[in-house]
Write a protein that binds this ligand. Structure first.
Ligand code: ZN
Length: 467
């Protein structure tokens, strides 16, 4: 099967070019000048020609932070690998890296097996895993090496959620030492959970139970403090560090300072921190529960810092932290106590669009859009140049994006398996038109043509930003 994509504007992390793209089987075979003898012959010999005139041709998005079917507070995030990967494809994401969860007292490898079982045969796009380490001991430290051999090269730890995922500084130090030895990346949820839990208890005791309290009991200072502490532990151990879902300007300052000294510290943010705020958490009639995630949404002032961080590369990746819980019956678990509201916001479908909105608003260049959404995550998580670029030999994961189309985000039209949208009614300029995953058309001019089971597990290499 040969597909020629003609007359489009190819956007890569290094800029834009007018080029036709020839795909053979599951790979990109060549790029060539539109209208030339060469590309005319490609089109004549192709099984299918996709006219991309007036549209962008992008490497497929890579969402390095999703939680499908994740257990949390006695319930599960509602997207399965099937529904979540399909929604991702609708939004121009062709790779997800999901977090396998080690419950305390169990083995990392058993957790990995479980995540393989959940995903195997169910994904319409390719997928990989990170591993959440919630129990550090001699066995799990050894198992980290086995995970790397199995293509899982990054390990997430939590300075938040005491009693659930929380790791002590000592445990983090041990895991970082091991990560440094085996070349793995340590990912950190950086919030001071011990202090936060005291503030939460005080709020509840004072009868302050509304969703807004979730934000007020997790102040930015406690994210900045934990971020700085994680950076210090990483410096002591020599391990590279990746701060997940950075939300606060003060935490970004910590990352910037570390990077300025040459330390291998990286950070991601998420669309919800770029577009939503504490005002959403304050919505009346328990509507604020829809916006409960951790770290919490911040005051609007933080958003400028985050966009600036993205432009300057102190924030190098935008992932979604997609963790959908329905408003009905799930978010409602916390009606009388905000601390019982499952933490998470749905977003896997809208990351490319929301970031394109940043391009429209002048916050990001086209090249930077592709870089933070695809190319850098590919390198960060050991997938480049198979993913993250349109070049000969790369997987034909390609998004044809219509920059002029208009759409309104809504739960009535989205494809995630969740009963609300955090962006309900938001008008977006730009829309995914066609999506290919390894040369197979998954979204065809706005129609789903994919299939569960097409997506393959990605055996990842270690982070490619480290020498
Ligand atoms: Zn997460």
């Amino acid at each position: 099967m040969k597909i020629a994509i003609t007359q489009g504007t190819v956007v890569t992390a290094s800029g834009t070019l007018s080029a036709d793209v020839l795909i053979h089987g599951d790979k990109v075979l060549a790029l060539g000048q539109p209208g030339s003898e060469l590309t005319t012959s490609w089109a004549a010999g192709a099984d299918r020609v996709i006219d991309a005139s007036g549209k962008y041709v992008l490497p497929g998005g890579i969402d390095g932070h999703t939680h499908m079917e994740m257990p949390f507070g006695g319930t599960f995030s509602v997207d399965t690998f099937e529904t979540g990967s399909r929604a991702a494809a609708w939004g121009g994401t062709t790779t997800i890296v999901d977090f396998a969860v080690q419950p305390k007292g169990t083995s990392l490898l058993a957790a990995l097996d479980k995540w393989h079982e959940k995903a195997d045969g169910n994904c319409s796009i390719d997928y990989g895993f990170h591993m959440i380490v919630s129990d550090v001991n001699d066995t799990t430290l050894k198992e980290m090496a086995a995970c790397v051999d199995g293509g899982v090269t990054s390990f997430k730890m939590f300075m938040a959620y005491p009693g659930v995922f929380y790791a002590t500084d000592g445990e983090i130090l041990l895991a970082m030492q091991q990560a440094e030895r085996i070349g793995a990346l340590t990912m950190m949820h950086a919030e001071n959970g011990i202090a936060i839990d005291e503030l939460v208890a005080q709020a509840i005791a004072a009868g302050k139970t509304a969703p807004l309290q979730h934000g007020l009991t997790r102040p930015p200072e406690l994210e900045a403090e934990a971020t700085g502490r994680a950076i210090t532990l990483a410096a002591v151990t020599g391990a590279p560090l990746y701060i997940v879902h950075l939300s606060a300007a003060q935490a970004l300052d910590q990352v910037t300072e570390a990077r300025d000294t040459g330390q291998n510290v990286f950070a991601e943010t998420c669309p919800q921190y770029l577009y939503l705020s504490l005002e959403d958490l304050a919505r009346p009639d328990f509507e604020g529960a829809k916006y409960v995630c951790s770290p919490p949404l911040r005051m609007r002032e933080h958003q400028d810092s985050l966009w600036r961080g993205l432009r300057g590369n102190d924030l190098s990746v935008v992932s979604t932290d997609h963790c959908p819980f329905c408003f009905k019956d799930q978010k409602e678990l916390g009606r009388s106590d905000f601390s019982k509201i499952p933490n998470g916001i749905p977003g896997v479908e809208h990351r490319m669009d929301l970031l394109h909105q940043g391009v429209v608003a002048g916050e990001l260049s086209l090249a930077r859009w592709v870089e933070v959404a695809s190319t850098t995550p590919a390198r960060m998580f050991g997938l480049y140049p198979r993913k993250g670029v349109i070049a000969p030999g790369s997987d034909a994961d390609i998004v044809i994006y219509d920059p002029q189309a208009r759409q309104v985000l809504s739960a009535a039209t989205h494809h995630m398996n969740v009963d609300y949208s955090a962006y309900e009614g938001m008008e977006i300029t730009g829309r995914v038109d066609t999506v290919l995953s390894r040369g197979h058309v998954v979204i065809d001019a706005g129609e789903y043509q994919g299939r569960a089971g097409h997506g393959q597990f990605l055996h990842r290499e270690t982070c490619q930003y480290l020498s």
